[in-house]
Design a protein around this ligand. Structure first.
Ligand SMILES: CSC[C@H]1O[C@H](OP(=O)(O)O)[C@H](O)[C@@H]1O
Length: 348
């Protein structure tokens, strides 16, 4: 059986001795390597280059980065330091555009900073730690809510990595899979998730570390797998959810949802409320990150004058009508297309 929530030893981020250790996920599963960062621009580059990735993990990393910036620049009786911190916040905000957790975390940290009169360093560090710990608690709550919904369902297909590596710990979609597997064995399939291979390199590695068997599938095998009758639920994470319940997530999620509807398979999206962008009405308003063609092209095509280019959007939007349930730490919204997710709005 999988380990209990607290025993899983997979951490995308570690705060130790006033420094941030970041697991370089580009090197997994071959290498478990942490880099230590002391400045916000270093963390921004770690987010941009996907050393750390996953909507909640990006937000938590940004929160720690703001704390690092305040620690680096704060000077008593002098307001100059605030300009430098604000410049760092702008650098962090420019690192990746789609995951709203990044901007949510920056807003929480800015609000906290504005409320402090003096000696803000420890208060800002504690706020970042709270954001981290709240994310883990939310994931464990969502895990139980999602496992209740699954009941005895056997076959699960997940996409990308929405696990401990993408969050503060435990995971969103993988959190549900962990909690469900903790109750009774399930059959778990993981899509490889080209081109960055979060499924092939991260999800199956993370589940194996947690004693949860998983079967890797090519992204293009999803339709045949669903037709085989082995899948009861598609369970995925999210990077930004619009007020009407449209969901931006890893590229390929939309295809899975269309296939799921055709095959009568249910779709569960698992995300903390910090992933909901209540300021936008629908998924058409979500900026979809396009990454370099070189991340998709074989190296031999990446050369001056090559006639081969690549279109590399790394997220897509799944319309609410293709989603059966959105699970958050504040509860589940079934058939989100009916009323959206506005009822989940609450002041943080
Ligand atoms: C916990 S949901 C994480 C979410 O982020 C991933 O994207 P990326 O690896 O590019 O940061 C993917 O969309 C996951 O579902």
């Amino acid at each position: 059986m999988s380990s209990s929530p607290n025993k899983l030893n997979v951490h995308a981020l570690l705060w130790q001795d006033r420094q941030l250790s970041v697991l370089d996920q580009r090197l997994l599963p071959d290498q478990v390597h942490y880099d230590i960062y002391a400045t916000a621009p270093e963390v921004a580059e770690a987010i941009r280059s996907m050393r750390v990735r996953g909507a909640p993990a990006i937000g938590i990393a940004a929160a720690y980065a703001v704390a690092l910036s305040v620690q680096q620049y704060f000077v008593a009786d002098n307001v100059e330091w605030q300009y430098k911190v604000n410049a760092d916040i702008k650098i962090l905000a420019a690192s990746r555009p789609t995951a709203v957790n990044l901007f949510w975390a920056l807003a929480v940290m800015q609000e906290k900073l504005a409320s402090l009169q003096d000696s803000p360093v420890d208060a800002m560090i504690n706020t970042a730690i709270e954001i981290h710990q709240q994310d883990i608690a939310a994931n464990q709550q969502m895990g139980e809510i999602g496992a209740d919904i699954l009941a005895d369902a056997q076959g699960i297909l997940t996409h990308c990595n929405a696990g401990a590596l993408a969050t503060g710990g435990y995971g969103t979609a993988l959190g549900v899979i962990r909690s469900a597997y903790h109750r009774q064995a399930r059959t778990v399939f993981a899509g490889e998730t080209r081109p960055w291979l979060q499924g092939a390199r991260l999800t199956v590695w993370e589940l194996a570390k947690d004693n949860i068997p998983a079967t890797l599938t090519a992204d293009s095998a999803a339709a045949m797998l669903m037709r085989s009758g082995q899948v009861d639920w598609i369970i995925v994470g999210a990077d930004r959810i619009a007020a009407n319940g449209d969901v931006a997530n890893k590229i390929g999620t939309y295809s899975l949802a269309v296939l799921a509807q055709y095959h009568g398979i249910k779709v569960m999206v698992v995300a903390p409320v910090s992933t909901i962008d209540f300021t936008i009405e629908n998924g058409g308003q979500i900026e979809i990150e396009e990454r370099a063609a070189s991340e998709l092209l074989p190296a031999s095509y990446v050369q001056e004058g090559s006639l081969v280019n690549a279109w590399n959007p790394v997220f897509d939007v799944t319309p609410a009508e293709l989603i059966s349930v959105i699970v958050t730490e504040r509860g589940a919204v079934f058939n989100p297309f009916e009323q959206g997710v506005r009822k989940l709005k609450n002041e943080y």
